[in-house]
Design a protein around this ligand. Structure first.
Ligand code: PMV
Length: 342
């Protein structure tokens, strides 16, 4: 039984909820889905610390379903429409929802604002459903929030916990919601993620379109097998503190994700020439200095530079003097602790 199973029996009363929720970066990528927003392979992510969305949501009874959304004070009708469709699909009606939201990071920075924004909204919605059902926050609260976030955007379901999280059917994880990993080596407690923003432009092909293209992709089955292998390798690396194996997974996943785009029936790429220049410079840097600096990519041209905190002082000068000139912005982040109710 999920929180939304008996919606028609509830009488909506006024309520307000406010959450801060972080974005996450996938180490093992979710690319390709099945059924109702279920992943074709298990994915694994790190929750970020500084890149967060703060949302205040008010719920009021109404004659129909109405949604308004303000991002940093400016009205956003297209986002409001997406939330309205989402709520409609969940079975909500007769509800007026007002959302005031703000991000700590710029739009188009290669940091998933859908993950932070939609997880923040799902947390507020979970709060509301708990309130309507007379429940107090219990152990299942975050699981319910993850379930609701998943239905809004797959990767958002991984943002409800801090640290490292897994989603998608495997020996240790589920398709419906995210689970938090507990076996993490202390070297990774403050793992760094510096985002090199190469291009801030809106993506030409959305994630939704990208996932759909995996449906008829010649390499789909091979990709899903590779993701499962990388998932197991990533779990072992995180538990043992093996940064080299972790780095291999990070880069293999980033390059495979973009290879899938380049080899899909209607080929496309989100990479930019400067993305490739930066990748070659990182490989060179590693060869020369043997320092553990690795990259990953989301569905976009911007690089997430991943390295242990203990190497910060040695790696910073390379980022600041060599890589930063390729970027329009650089954002320093690291592993975070997860959402906060405020
Ligand atoms: O959650 P979506 O539909 O935005 O898809 C996310 C896809 C990737 O960011 C490329 C990979 C991932 O696992 O986050």
């Amino acid at each position: 039984m999920t929180l939304i199973d008996s919606l028609s029996t509830l009488s909506f009363t006024p309520f307000e909820s406010r959450w801060i929720s972080p974005s996450n970066i996938a180490f093992v990528k979710y690319w390709g889905k099945k059924g109702q927003q279920l992943p074709a392979n298990p994915s694994l992510s790190m929750t970020l610390k500084e890149c967060v969305t703060e949302s205040k949501v008010s719920f009021l009874p109404s004659d129909n379903l109405e949604v308004s959304l303000f991002l940093e004070g400016s009205r956003q009708d297209s986002f409001a429409f997406k939330i309205k469709t989402y709520l409609q699909n969940l079975g909500f009606d007769r509800l007026k929802v007002h959302i005031a939201t703000k991000n700590t990071f710029p739009h188009g920075a290669g940091i998933a604002s859908s993950a932070s924004g939609l997880s923040a909204f799902a947390l507020c919605l979970t709060d509301y459903l708990y309130h309507l059902k007379g429940k107090t926050e219990d152990q299942e609260f975050m699981q319910s929030a993850s379930h609701l976030a998943r239905l809004a955007s797959g990767s958002a379901c991984r943002s409800v916990y801090g640290g490292f999280n897994v989603w998608g059917e495997s020996k240790i994880s589920h398709d419906l919601y995210t689970s938090q990993l507990s076996l993490i080596h202390s070297d990774f407690f403050h793992l760094q993620d510096t985002v090199l923003v190469i291009d801030e432009k809106e993506k030409d092909v959305s994630s939704t379109q990208g996932h759909a293209k995996m449906g008829e992709h010649f390499f789909a089955e091979a990709r899903f097998i590779q993701a499962r292998n990388n998932f197991d390798k990533c779990l072992r690396a995180l538990a043992s503190g093996d940064i080299e194996s972790l780095g291999q997974v990070l880069e293999s996943e980033a390059l495979s994700l973009h290879a899938m785009m380049l080899t899909s029936p209607e080929a496309f790429t989100l990479l930019r020439p400067k993305t490739l220049t930066a990748i070659e410079m990182i490989w060179d840097f590693r060869r020369q200095g043997k320092l553990p600096l690795y990259f990953t990519l989301d569905a976009g041209p911007n690089l997430h530079l991943i390295y242990p905190e203990s190497y910060k002082n040695k790696i910073y000068p390379f980022i600041q003097h060599e890589l930063a000139p390729l970027a329009v912005n650089v954002i320093y982040d690291e592993r975070g602790e997860g959402p906060i109710r405020c």
